[in-house]
Design a protein around this ligand. Structure first.
Ligand SMILES: *[C@@H]1O[C@H](CO)[C@@H](O)[C@H](O)[C@H]1NC(C)=O
Ligand SMILES: *[C@@H]1O[C@H](CO)[C@@H](O)[C@H](O)[C@H]1NC(C)=O
Ligand SMILES: *[C@@H]1O[C@H](CO)[C@@H](O)[C@H](O)[C@H]1NC(C)=O
Ligand SMILES: *[C@@H]1O[C@H](CO)[C@@H](O)[C@H](O)[C@H]1NC(C)=O
Ligand SMILES: *[C@@H]1O[C@H](CO)[C@@H](O)[C@H](O)[C@H]1NC(C)=O
Ligand SMILES: *[C@@H]1O[C@H](CO)[C@@H](O)[C@H](O)[C@H]1NC(C)=O
Length: 790
């Protein structure tokens, strides 16, 4: 809860209500079940080192490791100086190291997801990981791997995660954890789990524009939906070896996530075999004993329920010694496994403060301004350009021999506020954090990253115009007072570029799916006057309704650029002028009307008076995003997987065949139960399709594979993404692409037998270039290879 915890977290501590009764009030019904003690799994050597050293620790030292202490980072955990174990430094977040300088503000995860490009996603992660390492951060509080997943378009934090599709999210979560940890950093996959909306807040704004009187939502979900939709991305982060996982603010079927035996002990540690540690989101701990017994291993960012209270509970025998040892084993095992004890950089920054030196309570913290960015600005620009989705194009793009461009909208400009933007170039308007002034490159809250600079669209367009002898006029206002000036400039422009946005912030779900600051009116005004065609650039953190203007006669092109990070302007110029041929696809569905989505899937009010908390019933089950649109036959404006190019492609020669390949990328195995002999992550089949560039310019196309389960599986929506592959092709070139299908990709969770199984009977597979453009079909039965079942 960024708004509450931003500055004076430690000062707030005594104000938090503490009611010992509430510790037992929310205990799981199945309170007898206790999670497994860690055994290290594939990190057996690291685990043994951890165990050896824990044997020599006092109880105070063990508790110290599980609890936050004062430090320079966003959060610091305690260490054991006597045994040479340092405390750990924790810092946000998914789009780059937040709160410090000489770092890159990367395109956000949901923006990068639009690239549908596995190599790009992994390299982005490797580069982000090295920036964290350079600052001496031990644990990155990221990536967001499915909490939220994106159940509702109204959720305020969807832009921090990849996509509502569990296959796309899973594959990207795996690559991101593996890439980020490759430099020795420890990742913290978050927010576990079913965190699909923000709390309900009924109080007035606090002095800083944050929210007050907030109450967490209970996410009410069934077993099958949990296993098939919300859990898979977390399973992949465990397979990829994430050292930490963050439990979330919400309740799960009534129990706070950070004391849910079912979520942490049963699913995460037993079924998924997680060997690392679970740490609490900031303020998400509600108890001492239930949290410890039900699987929470560390409390951050202050000492409320762990620390002295945990020590007291240990002394009273309320928590077994074996469980405290387990907590410490889990914290130290990833630290040993990542070899951070060898040559890891020391902490060399201080959160919020970019000055060289700061003193807190007699401790002096220094910022050494370590610069580990290398050429990341170039790669961030590439990610942003490769993730820009071309939604509409009359042929106006790429821009050709034009002489006069008009640029419109505050979103084309640098971020500004009357009071200055502060050290993070964070330009929130006045005292209300929901509003932003200037180009939107990232959202607010813990998913934000500091930018060292922002290459504003207007600046990049101007530099490009200088090279090409183009005149650029602009009106950088959105308000009706400037509509006359906007009309006049538009009238003189051959091409009108309109920049509009939606700024999203942690703590606030969306009230509607429209643009900020009357963006629709701005677009219509420009369209009404422009001499030539209008190109609209959308900088939004999710779905927007565009029916007001999409079919107006002069709307020539629309680009969905998401939250592209600091290189925003350069990336959009690359696409506008065709230096980069757009190849991104929407990683979610854009509907035509708010009623296209299930109504009320964001809870905005308390329910029954008798309920102590509001409940969100996940009654749509597996059918979120395109699966909902498919199931109810709703025509979207732009479907999941859609995106145009400056060239054209054709697909042919679709086939599928048995092709057993044992799993080779698992770093930590899970304990998931399944039928048959093959491992759940073994590849059983491979589908193939030929992609040909039939146009005149080179470009990349995302070939997509969708699967329909046999009709016996009545809970299943019509189709599921099960493969994507992005070949880059010269004009006339053909390439065969593979879609490996793992056993889990072909399986359903059997709620009666409590295991994964492959349905018998006929599956349908389709290939094409979006979830609604699938010209190639085939049908087949799926079975485990005869060779394998000896
Ligand atoms: C409690 O959990 C254990 C382990 O999953 C299970 O075997 C047992 O049946 C559960 N008991 C109840 C009452 O749900
Ligand atoms: C634990 O303490 C014993 C006795 O002082 C010592 O021999 C041993 O090396 C210590 N182990 C570790 C891992 O520090
Ligand atoms: C707890 O951790 C802090 C920070 O590493 C350290 O200064 C302190 O000495 C530790 N306490 C004990 C009991 O080891
Ligand atoms: C927004 O930025 C513009 C400059 O582009 C500035 O004139 C205006 O005062 C800013 N508004 C606020 C509320 O800070
Ligand atoms: C996508 O596939 C459809 C046929 O299914 C085709 O008409 C369309 O041109 C393709 N799009 C691109 C950009 O090649
Ligand atoms: C796919 O393309 C390759 C050339 O890249 C060609 O050899 C092959 O015959 C094609 N397969 C089908 C089924 O069309």
């Amino acid at each position: 809860m960024w708004s509450v915890f931003k500055n004076a977290l430690l000062l707030l501590a005594p104000l938090l209500p503490f009611n010992p009764d509430s510790q037992t009030a929310h205990l799981d019904k199945n309170a007898t079940y206790r999670g497994p003690l860690a055994d290290g799994g594939a990190w057996i050597d690291a685990f043994q080192r951890a165990r050896a050293i824990v044997r020599n620790m006092t109880i105070e030292e063990k508790v110290n490791l599980t609890t936050a202490v004062l430090g320079p980072c966003q959060a610091n955990s305690g260490g054991v100086p006597r045994l040479g174990i340092p405390g750990l430094c924790f810092n946000d977040g998914p789009a780059g190291p937040r709160y410090t300088d000489f770092v890159t503000q990367w395109p956000s995860a949901f923006t990068a997801a639009a690239s549908f490009d596995r190599d790009l996603i992994e390299e982005r992660a490797v580069r982000i990981g090295k920036e964290f390492r350079g600052k001496g951060i031990n644990v990155e509080l990221g990536p967001v791997t499915g909490g939220p997943l994106g159940r509702s378009p109204y959720a305020g934090r969807n832009w921090e995660a990849f996509t509502p599709d569990p296959y796309l999210s899973s594959t990207m979560s795996f690559l991101t954890v593996r890439g980020m940890q490759s430099s020795g950093l420890i990742t913290c996959a978050k927010h576990y789990i079913l965190y699909e909306q923000e709390p309900i807040c009924t109080g007035p704004l606090d002095g800083e524009g944050g929210r007050t009187d907030c109450i967490d939502i209970s996410s009410e979900v069934d077993d099958k939906t949990m296993k098939e939709l919300y859990l898979p991305s977390f399973a992949e982060t465990i397979r990829a070896g994430t050292g930490a996982i963050m439990c979330s603010y919400n309740r799960i079927n009534g129990t706070p996530a950070c004391q849910s035996n079912d979520a942490m002990n049963r699913l995460l540690k037993d079924e998924l075999g997680f060997q690392g540690f679970v740490l609490s989101d900031f303020g998400a701990t509600h108890s001492t004993v239930p949290s410890a017994l039900n699987g929470m291993d560390m409390e951050l960012p202050g000492e409320y329920f762990y620390g002295q209270r945990l020590l007291k509970a240990m002394r009273k025998g309320e928590i077994p010694q074996s469980r405290l040892d387990d907590m410490v084993h889990r914290i130290l095992t990833p630290w040993f496994a990542s070899k951070q004890y060898t040559d890891y950089p020391a902490i060399n920054y201080q959160k919020y403060d970019l000055a060289d030196k700061k003193e807190i309570n007699g401790h002096v913290f220094r910022n050494e301004h370590v610069n580990n960015k290398g050429d990341n600005y170039l790669f961030a620009r590439k990610v942003a350009a490769e993730s820009t989705v071309l939604l509409k194009n009359s042929g106006v793009l790429p821009l050709k021999s034009i002489r006069r461009i008009g640029v419109f909208g505050t979103d084309a400009d640098y971020p500004h506020t009357l009071s200055g933007c502060g050290p993070d170039l964070f330009c929130l308007v006045a005292s209300d954090r929901r509003y932003w002034n200037g180009t939107v490159t990232i959202g607010g809250g813990s998913g934000a990253a500091y930018a060292d600079y922002v290459a504003a669209p207007l600046e990049a367009i101007t530099l490009r115009a200088r090279q090409n002898g183009i005149r650029v006029d602009h009106v950088l206002h959105d308000d009706p007072a400037h509509f006359d000036a906007i009309g006049w400039v538009a009238y003189q422009s051959e091409v009108c570029l309109v920049f509009v946005s939606v700024f999203l912030v942690e703590g606030w779900d969306r009230q509607h799916l429209r643009l900020d600051k009357g963006g629709e009116e701005l677009i219509k005004r420009v369209e009404g006057s422009c001499s030539g065609e209008v190109v609209v650039v959308l900088h939004t953190g999710g779905q927007v309704l565009i029916e007001d203007w999409i079919n107006l006669p002069k709307i020539g092109a629309v680009l969905f650029a998401g939250y592209p990070g600091q290189e925003t302007g350069n990336a959009i110029v690359d696409v506008l002028w065709g230096d980069v041929n757009p190849s991104a696809k929407l990683p979610f569905t854009m509907g035509k009307s708010a009623t296209d989505w299930p109504t009320g899937n964001i809870v905005r009010e308390m329910g029954q008076k008798s309920d102590p908390y509001p409940r969100a019933f996940f009654s749509e089950g597996l059918a979120i995003d395109y699966k909902w649109f498919d199931k109810w036959d709703i025509e979207p404006r732009y479907e999941f997987g859609f995106g145009l190019s400056y060239t054209t492609f054709e697909m042919s020669g679709f086939s599928i065949a048995e092709n057993y390949q044992p799993v080779s990328d698992t770093i930590q195995p899970t304990n998931e139960r399944y039928e048959g002999k093959a491992d759940l992550y073994d590849v059983l089949y491979v589908a193939r399709v030929n992609v040909t560039n039939t146009g005149k310019v080179a470009g990349a196309e995302v070939a997509q594979l969708y699967m329909t389960f046999p009709s016996s599986e009545v809970e299943q929506p019509p189709k599921h993404l099960r493969g994507y592959n992005k070949p880059y092709l010269e004009p006339g070139q053909t390439q065969t692409v593979d879609f490996p299908l793992r056993k889990k990709d072909l399986s359903v969770w059997d709620v009666e037998k409590q295991h994964w199984r492959i349905p018998k009977r006929i599956f349908t597979f389709c290939a094409g270039n979006s979830s609604r453009s699938l010209p190639l079909h085939l049908e087949t039965q799926i079975r485990e290879s005869a060779l394998l079942v000896i």
